[in-house]
Design a protein around this ligand. Structure first.
Ligand code: SAM
Length: 295
């Protein structure tokens, strides 16, 4: 269960989609003065070195953030995302990549809070160390919990400020994660129906992703947005990630327009073959897309 290490994948095409959406959600929350919480149920290590042995081993970032770095023609939502990565690489060379905890931290104000769950003992130690080194403001705002994020989420909802973003981002190495995600969302909605929930999932050659997407879309009485981005045909051996999806419950009204504008640009920038494509759909609206993507 504990073999997954996000450092191998940091900055890949799936991180690009996930973190681009995350930035838009955070920016929207921070527009209002009232405080909010961010709950990251599967936080990872928080910061990744792209020159390190692990990232270099597969160089997944080269076909993700690596293709966007240095582009001067990006649409606004991509610029917002690139600003996060630039903040960590002020000298201009792409050496570091922020995970979701550090992307969230940059958007928190005095009274906002970040609750992080990371169950891998090494990853959670590294995460706690990274938060510790990020200074007093970060230490005051963020709490790292080395427990199970699905269980931890239950205890936190509804959050005191009644405004919150919950990122649910398991690795799905354990196939039971698909069912856990659905159960966690249902339980969370019963405790805190107005929260914003962002669920990431992989596009792989298995029935589970399409099944999860269908079940999420069929949740009764929710507002949702669903985006997928696929960069290539699935590989012949069925291994590897050819794309990913983000399902957002209670999305800000601005998100659809932002993604409509930037997904075609991202598709062109990240495509590896003619199996690439994107989809964008919301409850009650016709799906929009291009190419071959989709769960
Ligand atoms: N959210 C991170 C980001 O965007 O930078 C990446 C997270 S990575 C995809 C998934 C992480 O979840 C791994 O570090 C793994 O150790 C951790 N994990 C697996 N099962 C968990 C659980 N039940 N609760 C909390 N963390 C878990």
């Amino acid at each position: 269960m504990f073999s997954y290490r996000h450092a191998f994948h940091a900055g890949n095409h799936a991180d690009v989609l996930k973190h681009l959406v995350l930035v838009q959600l955070l920016r929207y929350l921070a527009q209002k003065d009232t405080p909010f919480w961010v709950v990251d149920t599967h936080a990872g290590a928080g910061l990744y070195g792209l020159e390190g042995e692990w990232a270099a081993k597969r160089s997944e970032f080269a076909d993700g953030i690596g293709r966007l770095w240095g582009r001067a023609d990006a649409p606004p939502a991509v610029v917002d995302y690139l600003d996060e990565i630039r903040a960590l690489n002020p000298e201009g060379r792409l050496r570091h990549y922020p995970g979701s905890p550090f992307i969230a931290l940059r958007h928190l104000r005095e009274r906002d809070r970040l609750r992080l769950f990371e169950m891998h003992p090494t990853e959670s130690r590294v995460l706690a160390g990274n938060i510790g080194e990020a200074g007093r403001e970060a230490q005051k705002r963020a709490i790292v919990d080395a427990g199970d994020g699905f269980a931890g989420l239950k205890a936190l909802l509804p959050p005191p400020p009644r405004r919150a973003l919950v990122l649910i981002d398991p690795s799905y190495e354990d196939k039971r994660d698909y069912a856990r995600v659905l159960a966690a969302l249902r339980d969370a909605l019963s405790r805190f129906a107005t929260g914003c929930y962002a669920i990431w999932y992989p596009l792989v050659q298995r029935p589970e992703p399409a099944d999860l997407a269908r079940r999420l879309r069929n949740q009764p009485g929710i507002r949702w947005l669903h985006a997928t981005l696929s960069v290539r045909h699935p590989s012949a051996d069925g291994l590897g990630l050819h794309g990913s999806g983000m399902f957002v419950v209670n999305p800000p009204w601005t998100l659809q327009a932002s993604l409509r504008e930037c997904l075609p640009w991202l598709l062109a920038a990240l495509r590896q073959d003619d199996g690439a494509g994107f989809t964008l759909e919301t409850d009650g609206e016709e799906p929009h897309g291009a190419g071959a993507a989709g769960p």
